[in-house]
Write a protein that binds this ligand. Structure first.
Ligand code: GDP
Ligand code: ADP
Length: 207
């Protein structure tokens, strides 16, 4: 008997390292974890693949998906729309696979309202200076976009206390170990396991 997967929400200010952490976590494609691929109306960055990093869609298409109630949650971030497909999440969780949502605090609030058992994880950078360095070092955005992202970072970070867990991504390997520990501990909760109904437990507790 397989149990339902856990839903993990991972949020952070842009540049804090959440994509890197999620990629490292799912690097060798474990069968029991998947990252949700969002829809967005923003332009792809160099190297981004449609259907892999995001489903890149036009504004009209996104609005139609909203009207069709196709999204579990959606939000406007940096002037673009982003949304999480409801059907894919439901199907994946039903297969017993854990799902990771890389979404902002607005989306996290919507998910928590609909699914309070979802686990919220917030990633913080060690300092503002380091955040600026990482955004610049990534080399994917113009100076103007980076300045806008830095402005947004402070308001984004003010939502850290709405999450169940907070990870400071200073040393990458430590942050990754912390992330793995959260997932592991969540899988060991009774609610995540079918252990209470298992033959093993019946055998252990039999009079
Ligand atoms: N609410 C919501 N936010 C999303 C979704 N997908 C991505 N985001 C957030 O949108 C913000 C911008 O993402 P992106 O353009 O990829 O830039 P990045 O933050 O530099 O990786 C980040 O905070 C993401 O977590 C989504 O489906 N829903
Ligand atoms: N712990 C870390 N120390 C130094 N650089 C990091 C660390 N974590 C991530 N980075 C780098 O910072 C940049 C932003 O990381 P990224 O994962 O794209 O952030 P986000 O998805 O949160 O926007 C990338 O160039 C990444 O390699």
């Amino acid at each position: 008997m397989s149990s339902r997967g856990n839903l993990f929400i991972v949020s952070a200010p842009s540049g804090a390292g959440k994509s890197s952490l999620i990629s490292a976590l799912l690097g060798d494609k474990p069968a029991d974890m998947q990252v949700s691929v969002s829809h967005t109306t923003r332009q792809p960055r160099p190297g981004e693949v449609n259907g892999q990093h995001y489903h890149f869609v036009a504004v009209e298409e996104f609005k139609q998906l909203i009207a069709d109630e196709a999204f579990f949650e959606w939000a406007e971030v940096f002037g673009n729309y982003y949304g999480t497909s409801r059907r894919v999440i439901e199907q994946t969780l039903a297969q017993g696979i854990d799902v990771f949502l890389d979404i902002d605090w607005q989306g996290a609030q919507q998910i928590k309202q609909q699914m309070p058992e979802a686990i919220g994880i917030f990633i913080l950078p060690p300092s503002r200076d380091e955040l600026q360095r990482r955004l610049t070092g990534r080399g994917q955005d113009s100076a103007e976009v980076i300045a806008a992202r830095m402005d947004k970072a402070v308001s984004e970070m003010s939502h850290y206390n709405e999450y169940d867990f907070v990870i400071v991504n200073d040393d990458f390997e430590i942050a990754l170990t912390d992330l793995r520990a959260i997932i592991r501990s969540q899988r060991l909760t009774q609610a995540s396991q079918t252990i209470t109904h298992s033959d093993m437990l019946k055998g252990l507790l039999a009079e």
